[in-house]
Design a protein around this ligand. Structure first.
Ligand code: PAF
Length: 283
């Protein structure tokens, strides 16, 4: 596996790859890799000649400084895992290398997708995500880029960015990877205390029950039911639960036959904020 820390070096290397007409698959990450990331890399390996993974904890997408400082950093283990998947290139730049002296986001218009859910609770988050993903696309020039559906809103926003800027990259969404007890895999899970880790599978259990209820009840009733479940829970604090249209990400009141819906949730388990979502069946 080749490891690059500067834009110049990786660009030079990838220019040669492109000249050989090889395709590049790209998996951007913030490190603390888990099986969810590895599944994206394996998918990318199958469909591209070479796979580039970036590890970069992007400061501009954090609205909470403590979350940024405490974000898990496990580079030695990440490198081992990447080698075990036969990843071809690791790009591991510093903040200075990427942002130089201007650690700021570009402002984006994602046609309203950015104002829903995470956008309401994490100010500037999606400008930070858009800035770094666009920058990485310019450096890596991937043919395909892979993102997990756990961050479904992020996935839709990146698709929108690619469409609006006509970027020459195909965005591939990949299913959520879960622990055996149902908790969605996330780099933040290793920061959960023992009791919060034990409590956290309640989130997915509740999403599954909400999915069942959505077959017979309207979105408002299902939402109220979920909110009540969390009111009764001693360890988990619900930040939001919403049933939204998969495309517009707008909260819905009534079901329509030709639309796809998802339930989205954000929960505090102690000081760790967890998100998850589920595709809903209408009947
Ligand atoms: O999903 C993530 O890990 C990050 O938001 C991403 C896409 C790597 C951008 O920093």
């Amino acid at each position: 596996m080749r490891i690059f820390t500067t834009k110049e070096e990786i660009k030079t290397f990838l220019t040669h790859i492109k000249k050989e007409n090889k395709t590049i698959g790209f998996v951007p990450t913030m490190g603390a890799l888990h099986d969810g990331h590895l599944s994206l890399i394996k998918k990318a390996k199958k469909k591209n000649d070479i796979v580039v993974v970036s590890i970069f904890v992007n400061p501009t997408q954090f609205n909470n400084q403590e979350d940024l400082i405490k974000y898990p950093k496990t580079l030695d283990n990440d490198t081992k895992l990447l080698k075990s998947t036969n990843c071809d290139v690791l790009f591991f730049p510093s903040v200075e290398e990427i942002y130089e002296n201007n650690v700021k986001s570009e402002k984006f218009n994602f046609d309203g997708l950015e104002h829903q859910m995470e956008g309401k609770f994490r100010e500037g988050h999606f400008d930070g995500v858009g800035t770094i993903v666009k920058t990485f696309f310019e450096i890596v020039t991937p043919n395909k880029a892979y993102f997990g559906e756990k961050d479904f809103q992020q996935l839709q926003i990146i698709k929108k960015m690619v469409e609006k800027n006509q970027l020459p990259v195909k965005i591939k969404g990949c299913p959520i990877f879960r622990e055996e007890d149902g908790l969605a895999m996330s780099s933040r899970n290793i920061r959960l205390s023992k009791k919060h880790r034990e409590a956290a599978p309640f989130i997915y259990k509740t999403l599954k029950k909400a999915n069942k209820k959505f077959g017979t009840e309207n979105a408002i009733n299902v939402t109220e039911w979920v909110e009540n479940q969390f009111k009764k829970h001693p360890l988990l604090d619900l930040e939001y639960f919403t049933i939204a249209d998969e495309k517009s990400l707008e909260t819905i009141k009534n079901k329509e036959s030709n639309k796809k819906y998802r339930a989205f949730i954000a929960v505090f388990a102690g000081e760790i904020r967890l998100i998850d979502n589920i595709r809903l069946n209408k009947n």
